[in-house]
Design a protein around this ligand. Structure first.
Ligand SMILES: [Cu+2]
Length: 151
């Protein structure tokens, strides 16, 4: 192999990498992410969003992380004796050619132990980990404390 060939191969690899990285998570997209403002540091925050799967294979959200909280958990809300309770969810299923809606009163992402209060108007970075699609980064707008997500 000539020196020129080696150089061309190396150059081709350099250019090929970003293209591959973009092509991987194409079937999943995140729409309408939002969070609510909080009043105190050390409290908990919540994130809602919709995961749309345009692909023909089912996937699942298995973890979430954000630098704004000490721990991030997947939660679901259940009614027990007419009282709303939150339970950890191992994963959130995303059906093939379907979607998973995380919304108030149902499945949500809990930001446990906020390092600073979430302020209306800021955005927080969130990394979602899917079993098949891997990691997807989302920027989550923080709405008012009492928001229902429609503002
Ligand atoms: Cu919760």
């Amino acid at each position: 192999m000539s020196k020129l060939h080696r150089f061309l191969l190396a150059a081709a690899c350099l250019f090929a990498l970003p293209v591959l990285a973009q092509a991987a998570p194409a079937s999943l997209s995140i729409t309408h992410p939002w969070s609510r403002a909080t009043t105190m540091a050390g409290g908990n925050g919540v994130v809602f969003l919709t995961i749309v799967n345009a692909g023909t294979e089912a996937d699942a959200l298995v973890a979430a992380a954000s630098p704004v909280a000490r721990m991030v958990s997947l939660h679901r809300t259940v009614m027990k004796d007419k009282i709303m309770e939150m339970r950890p969810a191992k994963e959130v299923a995303v059906p093939a050619r379907g979607s998973a809606v995380l919304k108030p009163g149902a499945t949500h992402i809990m930001l446990m132990g906020l390092k600073a209060p979430l302020r209306q108007g800021q955005t927080l970075p969130l990394t979602l980990t899917f079993r098949k699609a891997g990691k997807i980064e989302v920027q989550v707008p923080v709405l008012s404390a009492g928001s229902d997500g429609r503002e």
